[in-house]
Design a protein around this ligand. Structure first.
Ligand code: TXA
Ligand code: MG
Length: 343
């Protein structure tokens, strides 16, 4: 398949060039587009055949369900069969934004979207290009992150080109994503709202708005071999560069001393920016220690860069778990396949 690349400036406001990719979605095609979290691989979410082609392009397991993207609050009602008060409140507060709600699905939503689950995930993104694409195509867009399955999510169009060139009809380049990690996923199917995947909308913010929130045990730990995943995406190895990643829990001095004693060729430090000057092995900074937002923005790009630089073993300095740091930790833990060293 021939992939067309379109560059759109999100500031210019001149979105007429989006007409063609929007039409492509309406006709069942595949379009990669920017959102504020990561790039998405979109197709008409209510067209079974189109949704199947998303799974094929990504080589994604069929039991890992997709998020449906809307461009108006009112579109939620058609996709769901019951919206509890807490979900209505959360939608008013966090939408548009990096926030996804899991709710009981309506009959309109094809089973291929939800991997056979009776619930559906819905998000209203806060990115003008994403919203304009949904509006112009007149379709609800199903979109997973626009990476090949298992690879780090893409935060620039170049990442999407690396993974999906020749597999999609369009790639829309809207520049780097501001958040850099995927949306916070919260299930409203139980009595208490439950965070299935942490993101830029934090547990504290959710707690402050909703009173009670739970954290799914898979957020900070591995799934037991026989456990049933509340979010099927949690059970797959994720976000992994080709290198072996080891997450190192240590204070600054211990970490620097530890990585400086690594003599094997191909060893890399994935550290805080301010640590680099003291590190003697090859290193990449993924943001300042105190800046969780920068770490979120940089992390996936760094994981891809490590492959480009042929890293074999990566010692990643564990982030602070406060605020968005929990999401950074959750992704690093999966990139490391739960291999953690505590010094
Ligand atoms: O920021 C984002 O959420 C990006 C952009 C493109 O919107 N999308 C994204 O999609 O990250 P994806 O497919 O890579 O991740 C969706 C996650 C998966 O972990 C999946 O298992 C979970 O959401 N999910 C989807 N539907 C679900 C459902 N009905 N119940 C539980 N988890 C669900
Ligand atoms: Mg993904």
């Amino acid at each position: 398949m021939q992939t067309k690349i379109l560059t759109v400036s999100r500031e210019s406001g001149g979105f007429d060039a989006l007409q063609e990719p929007a039409q492509c979605i309406a006709e069942g095609g595949l379009v990669v587009f920017p959102t504020e979290t990561v790039y998405g691989l979109g197709a008409d979410g209510l067209n079974e055949q189109a949704v199947r082609s998303i799974f094929a392009a990504k080589e994604r397991p069929a039991d890992n369900p997709l998020i449906l993207h809307i461009c108006e609050q009112e579109q939620l009602a058609d996709l769901t069969s019951d919206i509890p008060e807490s979900a209505k409140k959360a939608a008013r507060h966090f939408w548009p934004g990096p926030f996804t709600m899991v709710l009981p699905k309506s009959a309109q939503v094809p089973d291929v979207v939800t991997g056979g689950l009776s619930s559906v995930a819905v998000r209203f993104p806060d990115h003008p290009i994403a919203r304009e694409l949904i509006r112009r195509g007149g379709k609800i867009i199903a979109a997973p992150s626009a990476n090949r399955s298992g690879r780090p999510s893409p935060t620039t169009a170049a990442h999407c080109i690396d993974d999906l060139m020749g597999r999609v009809h369009w790639i829309i380049d809207g520049g780097p994503c501001e958040v850099g990690l995927e949306s916070t996923v919260v299930s409203f199917t139980g009595r208490v709202p439950k965070i299935l995947r942490p993101g830029a909308v934090t547990a504290d913010e959710l707690g402050a708005l909703l009173g009670e929130v739970e954290l799914d045990s898979a957020v900070v730990g591995p799934m037991g071999e026989h456990a049933v995943a509340s979010s099927p995406g949690m059970k797959y190895k994720h976000y992994a560069p080709l290198a072996k990643v080891i997450l190192v829990k240590a204070d600054r001095n211990e970490y620097i001393h530890f990585v400086n004693s690594q003599t094997k060729p191909g060893s890399f430090a994935l550290c805080f920016d301010e640590e680099r000057k003291e590190i003697k092995i090859p290193s990449l900074g993924y943001g300042k220690e105190s800046d969780g937002a920068a770490q979120a923005r940089e992390l996936f790009g760094c994981l891809r860069e490590l492959d480009k630089q042929n890293a074999q073993t990566v010692f990643a300095h564990c982030p602070n778990l406060q605020g968005v740091g929990l999401a950074v930790y959750n992704r690093l833990l999966r990139a490391a396949a739960f291999d953690v060293i505590t010094l």
